[in-house]
Design a protein around this ligand. Structure first.
Ligand SMILES: Cc1ncc(COP(=O)(O)O)c(C=O)c1O
Length: 383
Protein backbone atom coordinates (compact mmCIF):
# COMPACT_ATOMS: atom_id res chain seq x y z
CA UNK A 1 0.00 0.00 0.00
CA UNK A 2 1.38 3.42 -0.96
CA UNK A 3 1.16 5.55 2.21
CA UNK A 4 1.39 8.71 0.10
CA UNK A 5 -2.08 7.94 -1.30
CA UNK A 6 -3.67 7.35 2.12
CA UNK A 7 -5.42 9.87 4.35
CA UNK A 8 -3.56 10.37 7.68
CA UNK A 9 -6.54 8.81 9.51
CA UNK A 10 -6.05 5.57 7.57
CA UNK A 11 -2.28 5.61 8.16
CA UNK A 12 -2.84 6.04 11.90
CA UNK A 13 -5.78 3.62 12.32
CA UNK A 14 -3.95 0.69 10.69
CA UNK A 15 -0.44 1.79 11.71
CA UNK A 16 0.38 1.51 7.98
CA UNK A 17 -1.29 -1.89 7.79
CA UNK A 18 1.84 -3.88 8.53
CA UNK A 19 1.32 -7.61 9.14
CA UNK A 20 3.91 -9.75 10.94
CA UNK A 21 5.40 -11.98 8.25
CA UNK A 22 6.04 -14.97 10.53
CA UNK A 23 2.69 -15.19 12.33
CA UNK A 24 0.33 -13.05 10.15
CA UNK A 25 -0.48 -11.06 13.30
CA UNK A 26 -1.91 -7.62 12.62
CA UNK A 27 -0.36 -6.14 15.75
CA UNK A 28 3.39 -6.55 16.01
CA UNK A 29 5.13 -8.81 18.51
CA UNK A 30 7.01 -7.21 21.38
CA UNK A 31 10.72 -7.40 20.55
CA UNK A 32 12.81 -7.39 23.71
CA UNK A 33 16.20 -8.76 22.64
CA UNK A 34 19.11 -6.47 23.43
CA UNK A 35 21.46 -8.21 20.96
CA UNK A 36 21.38 -10.00 17.57
CA UNK A 37 23.13 -13.06 16.15
CA UNK A 38 26.19 -12.51 14.00
CA UNK A 39 26.47 -14.58 10.79
CA UNK A 40 29.06 -17.40 10.68
CA UNK A 41 31.15 -15.42 8.18
CA UNK A 42 31.35 -12.59 10.74
CA UNK A 43 28.79 -10.32 8.99
CA UNK A 44 25.61 -8.75 10.36
CA UNK A 45 23.38 -9.16 7.31
CA UNK A 46 20.23 -8.46 9.35
CA UNK A 47 21.55 -4.94 9.84
CA UNK A 48 20.92 -5.33 13.58
CA UNK A 49 23.73 -5.55 16.07
CA UNK A 50 22.74 -4.13 19.45
CA UNK A 51 19.48 -2.60 20.67
CA UNK A 52 20.97 0.63 21.98
CA UNK A 53 21.45 1.68 18.35
CA UNK A 54 18.43 0.08 16.72
CA UNK A 55 15.53 -2.13 17.64
CA UNK A 56 12.86 -3.86 15.49
CA UNK A 57 10.31 -2.51 17.98
CA UNK A 58 11.00 0.93 16.51
CA UNK A 59 10.44 0.03 12.85
CA UNK A 60 6.67 0.37 12.72
CA UNK A 61 6.14 3.39 15.02
CA UNK A 62 8.98 5.20 13.23
CA UNK A 63 7.47 4.37 9.83
CA UNK A 64 4.00 5.55 10.90
CA UNK A 65 5.27 8.89 12.20
CA UNK A 66 7.50 9.27 9.16
CA UNK A 67 4.48 8.78 6.87
CA UNK A 68 2.34 11.22 8.88
CA UNK A 69 5.05 13.91 8.80
CA UNK A 70 6.13 13.20 5.20
CA UNK A 71 9.73 12.74 6.32
CA UNK A 72 12.84 11.03 4.98
CA UNK A 73 13.61 9.21 8.23
CA UNK A 74 12.34 9.09 11.83
CA UNK A 75 14.13 8.17 15.05
CA UNK A 76 12.51 7.37 18.38
CA UNK A 77 14.17 8.49 21.61
CA UNK A 78 13.74 7.75 25.31
CA UNK A 79 11.95 11.08 25.89
CA UNK A 80 11.07 14.33 24.20
CA UNK A 81 14.06 15.89 25.95
CA UNK A 82 16.39 13.14 24.67
CA UNK A 83 15.14 13.87 21.12
CA UNK A 84 15.40 17.65 21.43
CA UNK A 85 18.84 17.68 23.06
CA UNK A 86 20.17 15.28 20.38
CA UNK A 87 19.53 18.00 17.77
CA UNK A 88 21.75 20.41 19.72
CA UNK A 89 24.34 17.80 20.73
CA UNK A 90 24.90 17.07 17.03
CA UNK A 91 26.22 20.64 16.61
CA UNK A 92 29.79 21.77 17.38
CA UNK A 93 31.03 23.85 20.32
CA UNK A 94 31.07 27.49 19.21
CA UNK A 95 28.03 27.15 16.94
CA UNK A 96 25.42 29.87 17.32
CA UNK A 97 21.77 28.83 17.76
CA UNK A 98 18.53 30.77 18.04
CA UNK A 99 15.70 29.57 20.28
CA UNK A 100 12.44 31.18 21.39
CA UNK A 101 11.94 33.08 24.63
CA UNK A 102 8.60 31.26 24.91
CA UNK A 103 9.21 27.52 24.74
CA UNK A 104 9.07 24.30 26.76
CA UNK A 105 10.80 25.47 29.94
CA UNK A 106 12.96 22.42 30.61
CA UNK A 107 14.59 22.61 27.18
CA UNK A 108 15.15 26.36 27.61
CA UNK A 109 16.72 25.62 30.98
CA UNK A 110 19.04 22.96 29.49
CA UNK A 111 20.03 25.29 26.65
CA UNK A 112 20.96 28.09 29.06
CA UNK A 113 22.98 25.78 31.35
CA UNK A 114 24.44 22.53 29.95
CA UNK A 115 24.39 23.48 26.28
CA UNK A 116 25.96 26.86 26.99
CA UNK A 117 28.63 25.35 29.28
CA UNK A 118 29.41 22.84 26.52
CA UNK A 119 30.12 25.73 24.14
CA UNK A 120 26.96 26.42 22.16
CA UNK A 121 26.17 30.12 21.78
CA UNK A 122 22.47 30.18 22.60
CA UNK A 123 20.41 33.30 21.93
CA UNK A 124 16.77 33.48 23.02
CA UNK A 125 14.64 35.75 20.84
CA UNK A 126 11.03 36.61 20.00
CA UNK A 127 10.60 33.83 17.45
CA UNK A 128 7.15 35.11 16.42
CA UNK A 129 8.79 38.18 14.85
CA UNK A 130 10.50 37.56 11.47
CA UNK A 131 12.30 40.91 11.95
CA UNK A 132 13.76 39.70 15.26
CA UNK A 133 14.84 36.41 13.64
CA UNK A 134 16.45 38.26 10.73
CA UNK A 135 18.30 40.62 13.09
CA UNK A 136 19.63 37.78 15.28
CA UNK A 137 20.81 35.45 12.49
CA UNK A 138 24.59 35.46 11.94
CA UNK A 139 25.13 34.08 8.40
CA UNK A 140 27.64 31.23 8.43
CA UNK A 141 27.78 31.19 12.24
CA UNK A 142 24.15 30.40 13.13
CA UNK A 143 23.75 26.66 12.55
CA UNK A 144 20.28 26.04 13.95
CA UNK A 145 17.02 27.88 14.58
CA UNK A 146 14.68 26.14 17.04
CA UNK A 147 10.95 26.86 16.84
CA UNK A 148 8.11 25.68 19.04
CA UNK A 149 4.64 26.35 17.67
CA UNK A 150 2.14 26.77 19.25
CA UNK A 151 4.53 27.52 22.12
CA UNK A 152 4.20 26.65 25.80
CA UNK A 153 2.50 28.18 27.77
CA UNK A 154 1.29 31.31 25.95
CA UNK A 155 0.42 29.43 22.72
CA UNK A 156 2.12 31.99 20.54
CA UNK A 157 2.50 30.91 16.93
CA UNK A 158 5.56 31.14 14.68
CA UNK A 159 5.32 31.23 10.89
CA UNK A 160 7.32 28.11 9.95
CA UNK A 161 7.55 28.92 6.23
CA UNK A 162 8.85 32.46 6.77
CA UNK A 163 11.28 31.39 9.52
CA UNK A 164 12.61 28.48 7.42
CA UNK A 165 13.33 30.85 4.53
CA UNK A 166 15.24 33.22 6.84
CA UNK A 167 17.19 30.38 8.49
CA UNK A 168 18.14 28.79 5.16
CA UNK A 169 19.27 32.11 3.68
CA UNK A 170 21.72 32.37 6.60
CA UNK A 171 22.90 28.75 6.19
CA UNK A 172 21.09 27.46 9.29
CA UNK A 173 18.82 24.45 9.79
CA UNK A 174 15.28 24.90 11.11
CA UNK A 175 13.96 22.48 13.74
CA UNK A 176 10.36 22.61 14.97
CA UNK A 177 8.96 21.26 18.24
CA UNK A 178 5.55 20.29 16.85
CA UNK A 179 4.37 18.37 19.92
CA UNK A 180 1.25 20.48 20.39
CA UNK A 181 0.30 20.73 16.70
CA UNK A 182 0.79 17.00 16.03
CA UNK A 183 1.37 15.83 12.42
CA UNK A 184 -2.39 16.05 11.84
CA UNK A 185 -2.67 19.83 12.27
CA UNK A 186 0.70 21.01 10.91
CA UNK A 187 3.33 19.37 8.69
CA UNK A 188 6.46 21.48 9.30
CA UNK A 189 8.65 19.63 6.76
CA UNK A 190 6.29 20.60 3.93
CA UNK A 191 6.64 24.22 5.09
CA UNK A 192 10.44 24.08 4.82
CA UNK A 193 11.55 22.84 8.25
CA UNK A 194 14.52 20.44 8.28
CA UNK A 195 13.66 18.53 11.46
CA UNK A 196 10.43 17.97 13.38
CA UNK A 197 10.57 17.03 17.04
CA UNK A 198 7.79 15.46 19.10
CA UNK A 199 7.47 14.75 22.77
CA UNK A 200 5.74 11.47 21.86
CA UNK A 201 4.84 11.29 25.55
CA UNK A 202 1.97 13.65 24.67
CA UNK A 203 -0.53 13.37 21.78
CA UNK A 204 1.26 10.68 19.75
CA UNK A 205 0.92 8.20 22.60
CA UNK A 206 -2.05 9.96 24.14
CA UNK A 207 -2.61 7.86 27.26
CA UNK A 208 -0.22 9.37 29.84
CA UNK A 209 1.47 6.01 30.32
CA UNK A 210 4.93 6.39 28.78
CA UNK A 211 7.76 8.84 28.14
CA UNK A 212 9.07 8.99 24.55
CA UNK A 213 10.42 11.36 21.94
CA UNK A 214 10.91 11.43 18.18
CA UNK A 215 12.77 13.32 15.47
CA UNK A 216 11.80 13.33 11.80
CA UNK A 217 14.17 14.67 9.16
CA UNK A 218 13.35 16.04 5.70
CA UNK A 219 16.63 14.79 4.26
CA UNK A 220 19.81 12.96 5.13
CA UNK A 221 22.81 15.17 5.82
CA UNK A 222 25.89 15.37 8.08
CA UNK A 223 23.91 16.82 10.95
CA UNK A 224 21.36 13.99 10.80
CA UNK A 225 24.13 11.38 10.75
CA UNK A 226 25.49 12.94 13.94
CA UNK A 227 21.97 12.88 15.46
CA UNK A 228 21.89 9.12 14.75
CA UNK A 229 25.23 8.72 16.54
CA UNK A 230 24.00 10.73 19.52
CA UNK A 231 21.13 8.25 19.96
CA UNK A 232 23.31 5.18 19.45
CA UNK A 233 26.27 6.34 21.56
CA UNK A 234 24.71 8.43 24.33
CA UNK A 235 22.01 5.82 24.64
CA UNK A 236 18.84 7.89 24.95
CA UNK A 237 17.07 4.92 23.39
CA UNK A 238 13.40 4.04 23.90
CA UNK A 239 12.48 0.74 25.57
CA UNK A 240 10.76 -1.96 23.50
CA UNK A 241 7.56 -1.95 25.53
CA UNK A 242 7.26 1.84 25.28
CA UNK A 243 7.70 1.62 21.50
CA UNK A 244 4.95 -1.01 21.34
CA UNK A 245 2.60 1.08 23.48
CA UNK A 246 3.37 4.17 21.41
CA UNK A 247 2.30 2.38 18.24
CA UNK A 248 -0.95 1.35 19.89
CA UNK A 249 -1.55 4.94 21.00
CA UNK A 250 -0.89 6.37 17.54
CA UNK A 251 -3.70 4.26 16.04
CA UNK A 252 -6.27 6.63 17.61
CA UNK A 253 -4.30 9.87 17.22
CA UNK A 254 -6.80 11.40 14.77
CA UNK A 255 -9.84 10.67 16.97
CA UNK A 256 -8.22 12.09 20.10
CA UNK A 257 -6.75 15.17 18.43
CA UNK A 258 -9.97 16.02 16.61
CA UNK A 259 -12.03 15.78 19.81
CA UNK A 260 -9.49 17.83 21.78
CA UNK A 261 -9.47 20.56 19.10
CA UNK A 262 -13.27 20.88 18.99
CA UNK A 263 -13.52 20.96 22.80
CA UNK A 264 -10.59 23.38 23.25
CA UNK A 265 -12.19 25.79 20.77
CA UNK A 266 -15.51 25.61 22.66
CA UNK A 267 -13.80 26.12 26.03
CA UNK A 268 -11.68 29.02 24.71
CA UNK A 269 -14.74 30.78 23.27
CA UNK A 270 -16.84 30.14 26.38
CA UNK A 271 -14.31 31.57 28.85
CA UNK A 272 -13.07 34.46 26.66
CA UNK A 273 -16.03 36.55 27.88
CA UNK A 274 -16.18 35.17 31.43
CA UNK A 275 -16.19 37.81 34.19
CA UNK A 276 -13.65 35.90 36.30
CA UNK A 277 -11.25 35.31 33.42
CA UNK A 278 -8.91 38.16 32.44
CA UNK A 279 -7.75 36.58 29.19
CA UNK A 280 -7.84 33.33 27.22
CA UNK A 281 -4.75 32.40 25.19
CA UNK A 282 -5.55 30.06 22.29
CA UNK A 283 -4.42 30.16 18.62
CA UNK A 284 -8.04 29.64 17.51
CA UNK A 285 -9.29 32.95 18.92
CA UNK A 286 -9.21 35.91 16.49
CA UNK A 287 -7.95 38.26 19.24
CA UNK A 288 -4.87 36.06 19.93
CA UNK A 289 -1.40 36.70 18.47
CA UNK A 290 -1.17 33.65 16.26
CA UNK A 291 -4.64 33.53 14.74
CA UNK A 292 -3.81 34.75 11.23
CA UNK A 293 -0.77 32.47 10.89
CA UNK A 294 -2.59 29.50 12.45
CA UNK A 295 -5.35 29.75 9.89
CA UNK A 296 -2.76 29.09 7.18
CA UNK A 297 -0.44 26.80 9.11
CA UNK A 298 -2.84 24.58 11.09
CA UNK A 299 -5.41 22.41 9.33
CA UNK A 300 -8.44 20.91 11.03
CA UNK A 301 -8.18 22.75 14.34
CA UNK A 302 -5.99 24.82 16.58
CA UNK A 303 -4.92 22.14 19.03
CA UNK A 304 -5.98 21.00 22.46
CA UNK A 305 -3.87 23.41 24.54
CA UNK A 306 -4.96 26.77 25.92
CA UNK A 307 -4.31 28.99 28.92
CA UNK A 308 -6.67 31.02 31.10
CA UNK A 309 -5.55 34.07 33.08
CA UNK A 310 -7.60 34.26 36.27
CA UNK A 311 -8.90 37.59 37.52
CA UNK A 312 -7.49 38.13 41.00
CA UNK A 313 -3.88 37.16 40.27
CA UNK A 314 -1.79 34.21 41.43
CA UNK A 315 -3.83 33.29 44.52
CA UNK A 316 -7.05 33.22 42.50
CA UNK A 317 -5.44 31.05 39.79
CA UNK A 318 -4.14 28.53 42.32
CA UNK A 319 -7.55 28.49 44.03
CA UNK A 320 -9.32 27.76 40.72
CA UNK A 321 -7.01 24.79 40.09
CA UNK A 322 -7.58 23.62 43.67
CA UNK A 323 -11.35 23.51 43.17
CA UNK A 324 -11.55 21.58 39.89
CA UNK A 325 -12.81 18.04 40.20
CA UNK A 326 -12.93 16.64 36.66
CA UNK A 327 -9.80 18.50 35.51
CA UNK A 328 -6.79 16.87 37.14
CA UNK A 329 -4.05 19.05 38.69
CA UNK A 330 -1.01 17.61 36.96
CA UNK A 331 1.75 18.55 34.57
CA UNK A 332 1.99 17.18 30.99
CA UNK A 333 -0.47 17.31 28.11
CA UNK A 334 -2.00 15.36 25.25
CA UNK A 335 -3.64 12.55 27.25
CA UNK A 336 -7.27 11.42 27.20
CA UNK A 337 -7.82 13.15 30.57
CA UNK A 338 -7.94 16.94 30.89
CA UNK A 339 -5.19 18.54 32.99
CA UNK A 340 -4.90 21.93 34.67
CA UNK A 341 -1.68 23.48 35.94
CA UNK A 342 -0.50 26.73 37.51
CA UNK A 343 2.40 27.09 35.12
CA UNK A 344 4.55 29.71 36.88
CA UNK A 345 4.86 27.35 39.89
CA UNK A 346 6.37 24.72 37.60
CA UNK A 347 8.66 26.92 35.52
CA UNK A 348 10.12 29.05 38.33
CA UNK A 349 12.43 32.03 37.79
CA UNK A 350 12.66 33.39 34.26
CA UNK A 351 9.30 32.03 33.14
CA UNK A 352 7.35 34.10 30.61
CA UNK A 353 4.16 32.71 32.22
CA UNK A 354 2.19 35.38 34.09
CA UNK A 355 1.53 34.33 37.69
CA UNK A 356 -2.25 34.29 37.06
CA UNK A 357 -1.94 31.76 34.20
CA UNK A 358 -3.51 28.30 34.26
CA UNK A 359 -2.45 25.94 31.49
CA UNK A 360 -5.16 23.58 30.27
CA UNK A 361 -4.65 20.35 28.34
CA UNK A 362 -8.05 19.42 26.95
CA UNK A 363 -8.74 15.70 26.87
CA UNK A 364 -11.59 13.74 25.31
CA UNK A 365 -14.23 13.96 28.07
CA UNK A 366 -17.64 15.50 27.39
CA UNK A 367 -17.03 19.21 26.75
CA UNK A 368 -20.06 20.34 28.77
CA UNK A 369 -18.71 18.47 31.80
CA UNK A 370 -15.33 20.21 31.33
CA UNK A 371 -16.94 23.65 31.06
CA UNK A 372 -19.20 23.05 34.06
CA UNK A 373 -16.29 21.93 36.20
CA UNK A 374 -14.29 25.08 35.37
CA UNK A 375 -17.38 27.22 35.98
CA UNK A 376 -17.87 25.79 39.47
CA UNK A 377 -14.14 26.08 40.26
CA UNK A 378 -14.11 29.76 39.19
CA UNK A 379 -17.24 30.46 41.23
CA UNK A 380 -15.90 28.69 44.34
CA UNK A 381 -12.49 30.36 44.08
CA UNK A 382 -14.10 33.82 43.91
CA UNK A 383 -16.54 33.27 46.76
C1 LIG B 1 6.31 21.09 23.90
C2 LIG B 1 7.15 20.09 24.63
N1 LIG B 1 8.33 19.74 24.13
C3 LIG B 1 9.13 18.83 24.76
C4 LIG B 1 8.76 18.24 25.95
C5 LIG B 1 9.66 17.25 26.61
O1 LIG B 1 9.13 15.95 26.48
P1 LIG B 1 9.44 14.78 27.55
O2 LIG B 1 8.74 15.14 28.82
O3 LIG B 1 8.93 13.53 26.88
O4 LIG B 1 10.95 14.74 27.73
C6 LIG B 1 7.54 18.57 26.52
C7 LIG B 1 7.14 17.98 27.81
O5 LIG B 1 6.27 18.50 28.50
C8 LIG B 1 6.71 19.52 25.85
O6 LIG B 1 5.51 19.88 26.36
Amino acid sequence: MDAKKLHPDSIAAQALGWVDETTRAITPPLHVSSTYLRDTDNQYRSGRIYARADNPAFDQPEAVLNALEGGHQTLLFASGMAAATAVFQALQPGDHVLAPQVMYWSLRNWLMTFATQWGLQVELIDMTSPAAVQAALRPGKTKLVWVETPANPLWTVTDIEATAALAHAAGALLAVDSTVATPLLTRPLALGADIVMHAATKYLNGHSDLIAGALVTRQDNDHWQRVRKVRAQLGGTLGSFEAWLLLRGMRTLHLRVRTACVSAQRIAEHFSTHPQVAEVLYPGLPQCQGYAISQRQMQGGFGGMLSLRARGGEAAAIAVAAHTQLWKRATSLGGTESLIEHRASVEGAGTPAPTDLLRLSVGIEDVADLINDLEQALATAHR
